[in-house]
Design a protein around this ligand. Structure first.
Ligand SMILES: Nc1ncnc2c1ncn2[C@@H]1O[C@H](COP(=O)(O)OP(=O)(O)O)[C@@H](O)[C@H]1O
Ligand SMILES: [Mg+2]
Length: 351
């Protein structure tokens, strides 16, 4: 278990800056996810932590000690990649035990450790098989086992489930989370999948264009997104902020609609341009409120997502259970002004 800190870490390839001033503090035993769309610098950040890539600037600390000059082996990190590349001609047991053999541990010691890891990953019954005789999920678990058997101080995962089908991906999430709960090894996980990040992490660092846009618990970044970008990136269905203007009498004007301004925003000057968004569970369909027409109805099981067209602005309501309502139906909705997410239109920061 190790505590990890990044201090103003930057990385450029030639003149292209791909990571900018990244500050991270990861507690010993914590499970932190770097979340962001493709190309935002997640893998580069992880590789710098692993020691596979040099920092252009900044410091990486492990347990308070600067490790910039240390090799991956000296940092004692284990990585699991998307392409897990098992040795095809070796059995599962030999794949898992490979790094221990490289370290010249005794046969009996290796056997014991491989069997213990295999048991924890439910691979005991396939130890004698070749990778080609395993399912995708089993292969991925062997890759995790290969990292696990080294008993590293730090686990790094780079989109390890991206090649798996959807149901297996969801199962593997649960397995990795349980494994972390059991072993408590400091872990950094990279994904572009916000749902995966939400379900697995103690805290999430949302990355955007090489920067950490916000770091917080899943609940934090969902309920209190620091920026418009984070608000849109987190949550399913996605919220689409719409632009409005502050009016006298504490109203945000969106075309023909006026929304009451939450009292905490009473200081905003008249004429100020804002972007507002609201999470679907805070939009209530009912007899009263703002008129809208139903555009789209999407049942997802526990809830139904209803897309409303309100004077040309689209917003989504999440309604418990199955709701049957025809597109085009006139409805009304209410929302709690305190639940409005209000962003400065210019800076994109939440007000
Ligand atoms: N070795 C490299 N040389 C030049 N550009 C690179 C190199 N590695 C990554 N990049 C660029 O850096 C950016 C971030 O890449 P990466 O960290 O792989 O993003 P992510 O993992 O978030 O998809 C991308 O634009 C990518 O093309
Ligand atoms: Mg990547």
């Amino acid at each position: 278990m190790s505590q990890i800190a990044l201090r103003r870490v930057s990385k450029s390839f030639g003149s292209v800056a791909v990571c900018r001033d990244i500050d991270l503090d990861i507690a010993a035993g914590e499970f932190v996810t770097l979340l962001g769309s493709s190309g935002c610098g997640k893998t580069t950040t992880l590789n710098m932590i692993a020691g596979l890539e040099d920092c252009s600037q900044g410091d990486i600390l492990m347990d308070g000690r600067r490790v910039n000059a240390l090799s991956p082996v000296e940092r004692d990190v284990a990585m699991v990649f998307q392409n897990y590349a098992l040795y095809p001609h070796m059995t599962v047991a030999d794949n898992i035990g490979f790094t221990l053999r490289m370290r010249r541990l005794g046969r009996e010691d290796i056997r014991r450790r491989v069997e213990a890891v295999a048991a924890s990953l439910e691979l005991s019954h396939v130890l004698a098989r070749l990778p080609s005789q395993l399912s995708g999920g089993q292969q991925q678990r062997v890759a995790i086992g290969r990292a696990l058997v080294r008993e590293p101080r730090i686990f790094l995962f780079d989109e390890p489930f991206s090649n798996l089908d959807a149901s297996l991906r969801v199962r593997m999430r649960a397995e990795v989370k349980e494994l972390h709960q059991r072993l408590g090894v400091t872990s950094i996980f990279v994904t572009h999948d916000q749902e995966e990040a939400m379900s697995i992490s103690d805290r999430i660092a949302v990355m955007h264009q090489g920067r950490v846009e916000q770091m917080g618990t899943p609940q934090d970044i969902y309920a209190r997104p620091a920026t418009r970008y984070v608000a849109r990136f987190i949550g399913n269905p996605q919220v689409e902020p719409v632009t409005g203007v502050i009016e006298a009498g504490m109203v945000i004007r969106l075309g023909a609609i006026g929304l009451p301004l939450p009292s905490r925003h009473a200081h905003l000057p008249v004429g100020h341009k804002v972007d507002i968004a609201i999470r679907p569970e805070h939009v209530r369909l009912g007899e009263q409120g703002i008129p809208a027409s139903v555009r789209l109805v999407q049942p997802v099981g526990p809830t139904t997502h209803v897309t409303l067209d309100c004077g040309g602005h689209l917003l989504v309501a999440s309604v418990p259970g199955f709701l049957q309502v025809a597109p085009g139906t006139a409805v009304r909705f209410e929302l709690d002004p305190d639940q409005l997410l209000i962003f400065d239109h210019e800076t994109g920061r939440r007000l």
